[in-house]
Design a protein around this ligand. Structure first.
Ligand code: NAD
Length: 469
């Protein structure tokens, strides 16, 4: 049984340097490099997820009121699928890639190989606290690194379960969990790592990046932002509304790629709002508070922040709240002014503002005048509109007809651009993120074909070299 008692002492800051030193020495000894070690650890990680499912379910329920199927789809099953995909493809991803050599260097062989970076730090947030700690960890292990995970203190049950279960399943010489909040993260960031993988908000990302500068440590920053959903006239509004409701209100809207707001083109807003209200009732009943399929807000601070945003427009669906149980009804706001508070920052909760724009040009302008989002969603039947959204806007990811699910396509890299982040991961992209790509040129010493390049340069050598290079 996992101890989820939050009074349990967390990692002490003084314990951090020896932990990192231990992981570094493990890496330096070469233990994490063989593919056999990587595979064994990935299988152990998979076992930890499946054998301890009741503990994960309970912790996710305690931290976020996560329904069990949602926990399976977005956290446990999600990481298991990622691991299975890695186990199946790892050997081919790690195979050296042969490339051709220019005539002037022939005969020779050239290839590039991926080598692990060393010891990596993974700092994860509270909203998908298991997935966002373990999916990057799977990548770090698959690429042959040792790793520290620092789970979010705002999901204390998952943090504590990770601290207890990871050492039970994984190689403790190579993988460690450091629990805690800002002081522990700060102490970790004092250490030298070979890569820092941070998921969370852009303000802390700046702190992480500044700390990384000291050791020239590369960083991956998986951030958030306001992901728009553009809805064109003429689309099937019933299906569009159902998919928006599904994508927005999963995890009570606390999803980095949730549609943040809708840009309804032309006269679609009224019909869409009616269908959104209908879809909410269809999925969560007339009182979503009693629905077993709807989650809760993570804490009072976020609840209060979100409650203040309900004033930003006309409530056309939902709007009821209960601070005691951190419940906020799935809510749609109509008639929202682009300058209202709900449009100032990422909402990260169950409030969906609908903004009317006259045409696609205006929608594209609206997107481009703001920070580059983590995702952009288009609901359209027009291939021309899809082409325009693809080429005339910039976002971490782009999906037509279905929000948030592009994360479930294993071979699609996942990451942001600009304010929504830098770098990416998932599947082979995780191997890239946690590896250095080393170029290898191999020229035999047996026959010296390089003589024309050596000084002194004669007229003949010059003619020959100019022809070849
Ligand atoms: P959070 O508060 O849990 O913070 C994330 C991590 O940063 C935690 O481990 C926390 O301990 C650490 N941290 C906090 N302050 C720190 C400091 N001063 N120095 C060092 N570390 C510190 O989570 P959050 O930031 O509220 O997460 C929500 C944000 O994350 C949203 O913007 C969301 O869109 C984004 N997000 C992005 C992704 C993605 O994959 N791109 C996924 C989930 C969430």
């Amino acid at each position: 049984m996992v101890n989820t008692d939050s009074s349990q002492p967390l990692t002490l800051a003084t314990e951090i340097p020896p932990v990192v030193a231990r992981l570094r020495s493990t890496f330096d000894n070469g233990r994490t490099k063989p593919i056999s070690w990587r595979r064994a650890q990935l299988r152990a990680l998979r076992r930890m997820l499946t054998e301890e499912r009741p503990a994960w379910d309970k912790a996710l329920k305690d931290d976020l009121g996560k329904p069990s199927l949602e926990a399976h789809i977005t956290e446990i099953g999600y990481v298991v699928n990622e691991i299975d995909h890695m186990l199946k493809n790892l050997a081919s991803w790690l195979r050296p890639k042969r490339v051709g050599v220019p005539m002037a260097l022939a005969p020779a062989k050239a290839r590039w190989v991926r080598e692990p970076l060393g010891t990596v730090l993974i700092i994860s947030p509270w909203n998908y606290p298991l997935n966002l700690a373990l999916a990057p960890l799977a990548g770090a292990i698959a690429a042959g690194n040792s790793a520290v995970i620092k789970p979010s203190e705002l999901a204390p049950a998952i943090s504590s379960a990770l601290a207890e279960l990871v050492p039970r399943y994984l190689d403790t010489e190579a993988v460690a969990v450091v629990e805690g909040g800002v002081p522990e993260s700060t102490a970790l960031l004092e250490e030298r790592f070979d890569h820092i993988f941070y998921t969370g908000n852009a303000a802390v990302a700046r702190i992480v990046m500044a700390a990384a500068v000291k050791h020239l440590t590369p960083v991956t920053l998986e951030l958030g932002g306001k992901s728009p959903a553009v809805v064109e006239p003429g689309v099937d509004l019933t299906t569009t509304a159902r998919r928006l409701v599904w994508g927005k209100f999963t995890n009570a809207g606390q999803t980095c790629v949730a549609p943040d707001y809708v840009l309804a083109i032309g006269d679609t807003a009224r019909g869409l709002q009616r269908e959104l209200a209908r879809a909410i009732t269809e999925m969560f009943g007339s009182d979503p508070k009693t629905s077993p399929d709807y989650g809760r807000i993570v804490n009072e601070r976020h609840f209060d922040r979100l409650s203040a945003l309900l004033e930003s427009g006309e409530v056309v669906a939902g709007g009821r709240t209960d601070r005691g149980s951190l419940y906020m009804e799935p809510t749609v706001l109509g008639g929202v002014d682009p300058d209202s508070p709900v449009m100032a920052e990422e909402i990260f909760g169950p409030i969906l503002p609908v903004i009317t724009v006259p045409d696609l040009d205006a929608a594209i302008r609206f997107v481009n005048e703001r920070d580059k989002p983590l995702a952009l969603y288009g609901f359209t039947d027009s291939e021309a509109t899809k082409r325009r959204l693809t080429t005339e806007t910039s976002s971490g990811g782009l999906a037509f007809g279905l929000p948030i699910a592009h994360l479930a396509v294993p071979d699609l890299p996942f990451g942001g651009v600009g304010e929504s982040g830098m770098g990416a991961y998932h599947a082979e992209t995780s191997i890239d993120t946690f590896s250095h790509v080393k170029s290898v040129l191999d020229k035999s010493l047996a026959l010296d074909t390089m003589k024309p390049a050596y000084a002194p340069i004669t007229a003949f050598k010059e003619k020959l070299m100019r022809r070849m290079v």
